[in-house]
Design a protein around this ligand. Sequence first.
Ligand code: T3D
Length: 257
Amino acid sequence: MSDAPVLLAMEGDVAVVQLNRPERLNALTPDMLDLLAATLRRAADDGARAVLLTGEGRAFCAGADLTASVGMRDSGEALRRHYNPVIATMAELPIPIVAAVNGAAAGAGASIALAADIVVMAQSAYLLLAFANIGLVPDAGATWLIGKAAGRARLLEMALLGERMLAAEALANGLVTRVVEDGGLLQVSHGLATKLAAMPTVALGLIRKQVRVALSGTLAETMEIEADHQSIAAKTEDCREAIAAFLEKREAHFIGR
Ligand code: T3D
C-alpha cells in the first residue's frame, strides 16, 4: 500500500478517499490537508459521482499533528491556508460525501467528519472537541457545523468540556444519522456512497448547495435559489430519464448529467 498520507481509489463511480497516517491516528499536517483538498477535487473532476471518506487504522483523524504545529506557527494562518480550504472544498464539491467514522474524530478531524453529507459512525467511534483541552478554540468549521446540527447548548458543552462523545450520543444529538456495528461500517458506508453515485448527480450537487444556503439564509433567499436550481435540474438528461421511466413503469438509469 502507498505511504501517501491521503489515498484515492476509484471503485466504480465512488471515490474512496482514505486518510493514511495510522501511526499518528491520521493527524493532519499542512501537506496532508492540501493533498486531501486536491484529492477531493480530482475525484470530482475525474468523474466520481460520490465520495467515501474514511481513516486507515483505528482512528478517523486526531486533528492537527501536535508534534509540529500549535505554538510553532501562526495557527490562524494555518487554518486559513490549509484547514479551511478542505472544509470549503467539501462544501463546494459537486458530488455528495459519505464519511465512515471508524474511530476517534478529534479536533479538526471532527470538523472534517461532520462536514460530510452523510456521517456514519462505527459503534465504538467517538467525536472529541479536543481544542479546549490544549488551550485552543474549535476550528475548521466545528462551531458552525455542530451549532447547526446539535444546537447551542450541546455545542457549548462539547466545546467547553472537551469530552468524548460516543457514537450513540452523537446520533441522539443529531450530529450523525447512522451508527453501525464496527464490523459493518465500511459495507454500510460504501453502500450509501454507491447508492448516491447511481442517483441524478446534478440534482444532488444542487441539493447540497441549497441546503447550505438555507441554513444561513432567509426563507425568501432559499426559495429563490430553489427556483434557480429547479430550472437547471429540470433540464438534465437524468430528469428527463426519470420522468420517462416513471411513465413507462420501468426503473430509471441515471448517467449523472
Ligand atoms: O496550528 C494548527 O494546526 C491549529 C489547528 C488546530 C486544529 C486541531 O485539530 S487542534 C486539536 C488537535 N488534536 C488533539 O488535541 C487530539 C490529540 N490526541 C488525543 O487526544 C488522543 O490521541 C486521542 C483521544 C485522539 C486518542 O487517544 P488514544 O489513547 O486512543 O491514542 P494515543 O495513545 O493518545 O495516540 C496514539 C499515537 O498517536 C500516539 O503516539 P505514540 O505514543 O504511539 O508514538 C500519539 O502521540 C499519536 N497522536 C494522537 N493524536 C495525535 C498524535 N500525534 C500527533 N498529533 C496528534 N493530534
